[in-house]
Design a protein around this ligand. Structure first.
Ligand SMILES: [Ca+2]
Length: 694
């Protein structure tokens, strides 16, 4: 927080020089975002895909090996565009200003291109011009219903020439060129967000032809090959072992020839999508060079999340034809996603490094003198706003849209670009659904899909293979407390901005990992993800033709056997689930558990029944709300007596509430100790069980 305030104060106090004087040193800024690209795909990060333009950018600039995003499309975009954790600005950026607004006020021409996936239209949110699709997905060749040129609907000509990646670059070149002609000397800020290489697998035949057949080496050899190249490049250290292939992915050698051919085609199309994105970036960079602006342009390239394991379409047939003719609706699947994530574990949506780490290249020839450098200084997408405000000579306003503006939690990348050691973030926080993590120093506490916390030392073990929770329980407790405090604070801010507490809803097994199924990855996050087959008109992609009895598709790691329930221990309290019992360990400060009851449809009165065994002290209390706007502990409230004698006791509480319950908090004690709760049930007036925990 100290650093945030320092930056904030520095920005506010910085003298605002006359516009003309400042303009001479203001760089152009180009932020390029890839969609669902894995950590190791680029040549300069160990990949074999031809990415000469990004490799050249890296050779003249700096590569980050420890750059974090928010592990999924909309949270990353909200965070990037606002400079806030997405839990603070809300998905879509519901509070505060966008990069467009910040840079417009700093005297920039501002352009947005490609996938927006935020609220409104960029031209309403600080950008002079926009071309792209407002929604989360688009057919590469046919476009999307949400395609816009500025605020007008855009329908691609049906002449076989349209391809989203190319079109995004074409319009970037057009916007930059026209603005430069009209007012040379005025800097531009361009946000270029490709939908590549996000599924569906659709690419130009000539690009696919470069790769078809090359992936018959298989995902096992590909991972090893990329890992070795990363070590040679200095991206990965040999002390960080390559994460093993999960058991749920078959060994490449166990596949049939037909399966190998199909998988080779999938990866060839994926590689072609990355290749084409690199070509498009090359054209935009060539335009900037042609305008004489190369030296003083800050270019930052990164991906919004890690490799995506979702098949998207249903792999009912290993039908290669649609992959090659651009009509497939598939993703490349978990086997290749695992290879893309080399050397890390896990994927998109997860807070392990495979989901939340991205390749990141920064180039600014006038400033970055260490050509081809690699830095392991840790950075996060929230830092991008602080960076552009810093180098663009802007200021972070104390108020925006009549509301007090949140200070930036982020830190400018400028010192790192200058080759200096930046004072690191004291902490970084992550959360998406029940995927959680916190980083303090080199220690990272992480949980995937509500499973128990795991603790890793990132300096010694970047691939997160050696869990230290048993060796360092005090560290676990400290980091968990930090995460819980952050989570409580951000949720309060989210509510105060009018947002629902978005996270930690209950998902059933089907929704969590749909191996071979239909996971879009791009549905609105406020709703639990449902199977969306047939719903996504935007995709405009036909189903693969059904053919008989293919082998089952490889699937991602299995969901946990126990369903994840939205229960959370409050600050200073830890929660474990053992043998269907909730075990709460209280330090005496705010002991309690909060429960999401937003799926309850029956109005009160209710009874809450449970068995309790406790060696703590003090009275118990129950709090509840009946709407999302009221924050606990406001709402209903009553206390009850507990016998803290280490024996089991039955308790039944009558809640005289006539409305429908929304959230519930149970404090089974007031003092320090361990409390076990069993058979916790919420019942309606007739005695019917509405919900039970865990
Ligand atoms: Ca994405």
């Amino acid at each position: 927080m100290k650093h945030t305030l320092t930056l904030f104060a520095a920005l506010l106090l910085a003298p605002i020089a006359g516009l003309a004087a400042v303009q001479a040193s203001k760089p152009n800024i180009l932020i390029i975002l890839a969609d669902d690209m894995g950590y190791s795909d680029l040549g300069c990060y160990g990949g074999e895909i031809a990415t000469p333009n990004l490799d050249r950018l890296a050779a003249g600039g700096l590569r980050f090996t420890s750059f974090y995003n928010s592990a999924k499309c909309e949270p990353t975009r909200a965070s990037l565009m606002s400079g806030q954790y997405w839990q603070d600005c809300g998905l879509g950026v519901k509070r505060g200003l966008t990069m467009g607004q910040a840079m417009k006020s700093a005297g920039y021409d501002t352009f947005a291109l490609g996938k927006w996936h935020l609220d409104g239209n960029p031209v309403e949110r600080g950008f002079d011009h926009y071309f792209g699709h407002l929604g989360g997905g688009s057919d590469y060749f046919k476009g999307s219903r949400t395609h816009r040129l500025d605020d007008k609907p855009f329908v691609p000509a049906n002449d076989g020439k349209f391809y989203t990646t190319d079109a995004n670059a074409d319009y970037a070149i057009k916007f930059i060129g026209e603005a430069h002609a009209q007012h040379p000397g005025r800097p531009f800020f361009t946000y270029l967000a490709f939908n590549a290489p996000h599924a569906s697998l659709q690419a130009w035949p000539e690009d696919i032809a470069k790769y078809r057949g090359k992936y018959r080496i298989g995902w096992d050899k590909l991972r090893e090959q990329r890992y070795q190249k990363q070590i040679e490049l200095g991206i990965t250290k040999k002390e960080w072992a390559l994460s093993p292939r999960p058991e749920t992915i078959p060994a490449w050698d166990s596949l049939t020839d037909a399966e190998k051919d199909f998988e080779d085609a999938r990866m060839a199309v994926y590689a072609a999508q990355v290749d084409r994105m690199d070509q498009a970036i090359g054209r935009v960079l060539a335009k900037i060079k042609e305008l004489g602006e190369q030296e003083n342009t800050l270019v930052i390239f990164l991906s919004d999340n890690g490799a995506s394991p979702y098949d998207h379409g249903k792999v009912t047939a290993r039908n290669i034809e649609p992959l090659l003719d651009g009509t497939s609706n598939l993703g490349y699947g978990v086997g290749w996603a695992n290879a893309s994530a080399t050397p890390f574990r896990h994927y998109k949506r997860n807070m392990f490094n495979g989901g939340s780490s991205t390749a990141c290249i920064a180039s600014w020839p006038a400033v970055v003198k260490q050509r081809g450098g690699i830095t392991d200084q840790r950075a996060h997408i929230i830092d991008l706003m602080a960076t552009i405000v810093d180098v663009g000579g802007g200021k972070w306003p104390a108020e925006f849209a009549g509301e007090k503006n949140l200070p930036l939690p982020s830190k400018s990348l400028r010192p790192i670009l200058l080759g200096e050691q930046r004072t690191p973030h004291e902490t970084l926080y992550f959360q998406l659904f029940d995927n959680r993590a916190v980083i303090e120093g080199d220690m990272k506490l992480v949980s995937d899909w509500g499973r128990p916390w795991e603790l890793f030392n990132l300096a010694a073990d970047r691939t997160e293979l050696h869990d230290l929770t048993k060796a360092q329980p005090e560290k676990v407790a400290r980091l968990e407390k930090l995460w819980n405090t952050w989570s409580d604070q951000t949720n309060t801010r989210l509510r105060s901005a009018g947002g629902e507490p978005i996270y930690r809803y209950q998902m059933d097994e089907q929704e969590k990992f749909v191996g071979g199924g239909s996971d879009s990855g791009d549905e609105e996050m406020q709703k639990p993800e449902r199977k969306t087959k047939g719903k996504k008109a935007d995709k405009q992609t036909p189903e693969a033709a059904p053919t008989p009895a293919p082998a089952p598709s490889p699937v991602p790691a299995p969901a946990p056997t126990a369903k994840v329930k939205p229960i959370r221990a409050r600050v200073d309290t830890t929660l474990a689930i053992e043998k269907e019992q909730l075990v709460l360990t209280s330090t005496g400060d705010k002991p309690g558990l909060t429960f999401d009851a937003s799926d309850i449809k029956t109005a009160g009165p209710y009874t809450l029944a449970f068995r309790i065994q406790s060696n703590a002290s003090g009275d118990g209390a129950i709090y509840w709300t009946t709407d999302a706007k009221t924050s606990l502990p406001k709402g209903g409230h009553q206390t009850f007596k507990v016998t803290h004698d280490g024996q089991w006791h039955d308790i039944t509480l009558n809640l005289a509430e006539l409305k429908i319950l929304h959230a519930l908090r149970l404090d089974p004690c007031a003092g320090k100790g361990v409390v076990r709760l069993d058979s916790l049930q919420l019942k309606d007036a007739t005695g019917k069980t509405l919900k039970q925990w865990p």
